[in-house]
Design a binder for this molecule. Structure first.
Ligand SMILES: Nc1ncnc2c1ncn2[C@@H]1O[C@H](COP(=O)(O)OP(=O)(O)O)[C@@H](O)[C@H]1O
Ligand SMILES: [Mg+2]
Length: 252
């Protein structure tokens, strides 16, 4: 069974695409993993990763395949993982996300794990359908009071946006704090974020652009150049936690 993990943000300085790529790379060390770019505002990976082919098609073309095996045509290799890029105008990405048959049937069986980049969630976002069929929704936020408060509040409302009726059980939503290099004066120590938030804190990703760049060039997180990486062990810890959780869910 494919585990679909969607990443998104509600408020803050981003880090969604970087975290999605990093988590897919960490999953890729142990199983078959894919990152699916599905941010309605457009993809980033074609610009970041020099070996990805902009003419190979991506989310839009994949969405209009009739059968799941057709989706694999649009998976490009990047080191240990596969990537489906999002390119083109927002209306094309929205049309792909709102694919009438939904995404779950397309993704089931394509890999052991699919990490989906949904970008920033806004009222009416076409990403809501994919968020709704994901096993986990992980919200990315910087460890700063304003962004954390907004994110935790959104989770507490069951992921509900009055404007859209989007609704996701709070128990399926987790919080991932990420240091993207923003204003550090506002910072809360991410390792001291405990149960008082009332949401599951799945981990913290430290500031480490060099590791992300190396992953974009196709290196495995297991490569020896990663020995001094701060991000690699943090990604592995988050992935470990998500794998253990999915196993215990199956057993229940
Ligand atoms: N863990 C990290 N360490 C260093 N830089 C990061 C990290 N995560 C994100 N960034 C940087 O922050 C910026 C925004 O990240 P990005 O992943 O594009 O966010 P989003 O997808 O939410 O817009 C990018 O320049 C990216 O390289
Ligand atoms: Mg992004």
């Amino acid at each position: 069974m494919t585990q679909v993990i969607a990443l998104a943000s509600v408020k803050g300085t981003g880090g969604v695409t970087s975290s999605a790529l990093g988590l897919a790379a960490a999953f890729g060390m142990r199983s078959d993993a894919l990152v699916l770019e599905a941010d309605p505002s457009g993809g980033s990976l074609l610009g970041w990763c020099p070996t990805l082919d902009p003419t190979a098609g991506g989310l839009y073309e994949a969405a209009f395949e009739r059968e799941r095996p057709g989706l694999s045509t649009f998976v490009q290799p990047l080191g240990d993982i596969g990537v489906v890029v999002a390119q083109g105008e927002p209306y094309r990405i929205a049309a792909a996300l709102e694919r009438p048959r939904g995404w779950r049937s397309l993704l089931d069986g394509i890999a052991d794990r699919v990490v989906v980049d949904l970008g920033r969630l806004f009222p009416g976002t076409p990403a809501r359908a994919v968020a709704g069929v994901s096993d986990r929704l992980i919200l990315v936020a910087p460890p700063e009071p304003g962004a954390l408060a907004a994110t935790v509040e959104w989770i507490g409302r069951g992921g509900q946006h009055e404007a859209t009726g989007m609704r996701i059980e709070s128990s399926r939503i987790g919080l991932l704090t990420v240091d993207t290099g923003g204003d550090r004066r506002q910072r809360i120590d991410p390792h001291r974020l405990g149960d008082e938030l009332g949401v599951e804190h799945v981990g913290h990703l430290p500031f480490d652009g060099a590791t992300l760049e190396t992953v974009c060039r196709g290196a495995s997180l297991a490569h020896r150049s990663m020995r001094r990486s701060r991000l690699a062990p943090a990604l592995s810890a988050v992935v470990e936690r998500l794998i253990v959780e999915s196993r215990s869910k199956v057993r229940r």
